[in-house]
Design a protein around this ligand. Structure first.
Ligand code: GLU
Length: 323
């Protein structure tokens, strides 16, 4: 199989049912790739096994197919960079951890959740990782590490190199994250689970992904992933973080806003083309909601048409979808 110059992916976590927000991200990531004649990869991000369920992974594939999306590589069809299921890729993550360890980039962290929360009054770092880690365990001596590991299995943290991280986001524009906001982040949890940051970086690099398009909520994960690309000597993809759909309460659109799960919509007789049209219209891709297939949107797709701010989904907008 020849790799195309543009390769994108959608990487759902099967810990819940797919909802309108995930479907919108999937559709726009697919359009970005297809409009460039590129290959689309589907990867199941079930690294946090206790939170994930195989039947939700199955359901996610079925929902994406129902919407009218297709992929060139994925858990159901394989491809040149198997496996497309994260829980089957552990050995790759262990190799990366070994490499980082050998280069002295990792250190064990014995801090408990309560200790980490106590520093929560300190200035906040990146939202998705909680408060800035003050580096408490970074300077422990080998003796102290040995002593503390008798009582507690540590997590592993990546020591950040202390420089600002800058990148150009294709939707959100130029980004600069100051060194002190990135802080040392967890790459392997105390329970042995590999962190999202490490797994996603290794996978995107191994699968030769050139374009990562995802929701704005993951924008602040990107500096950590860029640090990992840098430390592992891997080429980083381009990043596009699109503004989210919000509920009327100002929170990210979620199941609590009602009628959001795709499985429920399907059961209620919503047509895929109706949903695609609705998503496209509320994402600036077509002028008004009318039934369309994903393929109909490829030709005219232009990232610049996607609103720069989050889109608030009102009850009225939802009613027009759910009928
Ligand atoms: N698995 C992540 C999620 O479902 C997405 C990861 C990514 O796109 O980088 O939120």
């Amino acid at each position: 199989m020849t790799l195309t110059p543009v390769r994108g992916r959608f990487a759902p976590t099967p810990s819940g049912l797919m909802h309108i927000g995930n479907m919108r991200t999937a559709l726009i990531a697919w359009l970005q790739v297809r409009s460039a004649g590129g290959q689309f990869v589907l990867r199941m991000e079930d690294i946090d096994k206790p939170r994930c369920r195989p039947e939700l992974a199955e359901q996610a594939l079925a929902d994406l197919k129902w919407l009218g999306l297709d992929w060139d590589e994925g858990p159901d069809i394989g491809g040149p960079f198997p496996s497309y299921v994260q829980s089957e890729r552990e050995s790759l993550y262990r190799d990366a951890l070994d490499k980082l360890e050998q280069e002295g980039r990792l250190y064990p962290c014995f801090c408990t959740r309560a200790e980490l929360l106590m520093v929560a009054s300190a200035p906040h770092g990146l939202n998705s990782e909680g408060p800035v880690y003050p580096g408490t365990c970074r300077l422990l001596s080998n003796e102290q590490r040995e002593e503390r590991s008798r009582d507690k299995t540590p997590s592993l943290r990546m020591a950040s190199p202390g420089h600002d991280i800058c990148f150009q986001d294709l939707a959100a524009g130029p980004q600069r994250f100051p060194a002190d906001a990135v802080s040392d982040f967890v790459v392997k949890r105390a329970d042995g689970i590999i962190s999202y940051q490490l797994a996603v970086t290794i996978d995107d690099a191994a699968m030769r992904i050139t374009d990562v398009l995802r929701g704005y909520d993951l924008l602040d994960s990107t500096p950590r992933q860029l640090l990992l690309y840098e430390a592992l000597g891997l080429p980083a993809p381009r990043f596009t973080h699109i503004p989210l759909l919000m509920g009327q309460d100002g929170k990210r659109l979620a199941k609590r806003h009602g009628g959001m799960a795709i499985a429920a919509m399907r059961a209620n007789g919503v047509h895929a083309e109706h949903l695609v049209g609705w998503i496209a219209a509320h994402s600036g891709l077509i002028d008004k909601p009318e039934p369309v297939r994903p393929h109909d949107l490829i030709q005219e797709f232009n990232l610049d048409r996607i609103p720069k701010d989050p889109v608030t989904v009102t009850d009225l907008m939802l009613q027009s979808l759910l009928g």
